[in-house]
Ligand binder design. Structure first.
Ligand SMILES: Cc1ncc(COP(=O)(O)O)c(C=O)c1O
Length: 436
């Protein structure tokens, strides 16, 4: 551990929550140097939807490398890129009747967001972009301006402009349709909100606390965008690639965004990779305008193509995600009903779920108690008050049950001890017997 303390910057974050030296990973498990095994419910913050080192993807990658396939090719046409494009068109775009062109940006989510925002601004000639309370879009300056979180915004060191923020679905409480507010301010030339280029939204806010917009809200949002001639950008970097039960998280709302960003699980293997999809008429870039040395990671093209061919040739994988998502929802609802007594709530969609523990301190105690039982799980939300379930989508029923059992035990343990819970909950001290 000494070397990390000695010369790795203080900026490290996840390493603080899970202070081990990890050196192996397979499927839903991480292994540390001592050979301890950890069930991974963080999965690279949503990057490992198909688990660690998936054998099909690994084989394809190893063969490609052994064959001296191109590793770095700037934005040259390569066989690996062509095959990925074919697979994406055939498995994803055509069955969903989506007509998009694809831009390869620098290989991080935040760079895809920068490109999406630039494109919207340049195509419309307008600067303002509408974003939402609790939204998270990355840490480079343009994306950071669109991000709500004070912790991240606080170190920008410069003004974060060009954004108007409006309330996300549910932000003002149940029964308040916040798209009506957006419609109103966009209809009123004196509202103080400049006619925007675009609305940038996550359908389920990941870092913001697993806040799932309702499908009606998303439909209404699209309608407001169309009414006011504003582009709709869906940031599907965390909620996309199957996480919510369909390839794109917006599919069940029946909407067709103008621009979509994908990263995290698009390579399928944890390799850095980010793309922006947009309607062909928006493709007004001039060559190299949004440049970058690592635009298109050829190793990621290989694994991404095989991930699409393996998991997305029909609806069976997505169906499984929805089934397991329902199981997670049912289990978490039961836990919350028994333990939360009105304090805790369950949120999310598909296999992107959270328990809002109201207090960040409590949520952190729960995730620490989970780690003691070899479960890696993190928090999110403005105060880190939400325990966030992001296990690999390929998880088996048994592993899923085991992981949730650990969380349940941790919650019962922590809530029995904490002062924040009323006295009558002391019955959680009783031995809690779970057949694993
Ligand atoms: C929805 C969303 N957008 C953008 C990003 C930024 O991606 P990256 O960390 O790869 O820059 C994230 C990262 O968590 C995200 O969840």
């Amino acid at each position: 551990m000494k070397i990390f303390e000695e010369i790795e910057s203080e900026v490290q974050s996840y390493a603080r929550s899970f202070p081990r030296i990890f050196n192996k990973a397979q499927g839903c498990y991480l292994f540390d140097e001592e050979g301890n095994k950890y069930l991974d419910f963080l999965a690279g913050a949503g990057t490992l939807n198909y688990g660690h080192n998936h054998p099909v993807l690994k084989k394809a990658l190893v063969e490609y490398i052994m064959d001296d396939g191109i590793t770095h090719g700037l934005d040259l046409h390569t066989k690996a890129k062509g095959e990925f494009l074919e697979s994406f068109k055939h498995n994803i775009l055509e069955p969903r009747d989506l007509e998009y062109v694809m831009q390869f940006t620098g290989p991080t989510g935040t760079n895809a967001i920068e490109a999406a925002m630039k494109l919207a601004r340049n195509v419309t000639g307008r600067e303002n972009i509408i974003t939402f309370t609790n939204g998270f879009h990355g840490c480079s300056l343009g994306a950071l301006a669109a991000t709500g979180n004070a912790h991240h915004r606080g170190v920008a060191g410069t003004s974060l402009g060009g954004i108007s923020r409006v309330p996300f679905d549910g932000y003002l409480g149940d029964g308040i349709e916040t798209t009506e507010y957006l419609d109103k301010v966009l209809s009123d030339s004196s509202s103080g909100i400049d006619h925007p280029a675009a609305v940038l939204v996550e359908t389920v806010q990941g870092e913001g606390g697993i806040n799932a917009a309702s499908l009606d809200w998303l439909k209404n949002l699209e309608a407001v965008c169309r009414k006011h001639d504003v582009l709709l950008i869906v940031d599907d970097i965390q909620a996309g690639c199957g996480r919510t039960g369909t390839f794109f998280s917006f599919e069940p709302a029946g909407i067709k965004p103008d621009i979509v960003t994908l990263s995290k699980s698009i390579s399928g293997y944890g390799l850095p990779f980010a793309i922006v999809l947009f309607k062909p008429e928006l493709d007004q870039w001039k060559p190299g305008e949004h440049n970058g040395t690592f635009r298109g990671n050829n190793l990621a093209f290989v694994t991404a193509k095989h991930a699409l061919d393996t998991f997305w040739k029909d609806d069976s994988f997505a169906k499984e995600v929805r089934r397991k998502g329902q199981y997670i929802e049912d289990r978490l609802n039961t836990i919350v009903a028994e333990v939360g007594e009105g304090n805790f709530t369950v949120r999310g969609r598909g296999m992107m779920r959270g328990i809002n523990c109201v207090s960040g301190e409590l949520a952190s105690k729960i995730t620490k108690a989970c780690f003691k039982q070899n479960l890696i799980i993190e928090t999110s939300g403005a105060d880190d008050q939400v325990v966030k379930f992001l296990c690999p989508l390929i998880i088996s029923d048994e592993e899923l049950k085991q992981g949730i059992d650990i969380v349940e035990r941790a919650i019962r343990e922590v809530c029995a001890k904490t002062d924040e819970m009323p006295e009558e909950r002391s019955y959680f001290d009783e031995n809690y017997d779970i057949a694993v």
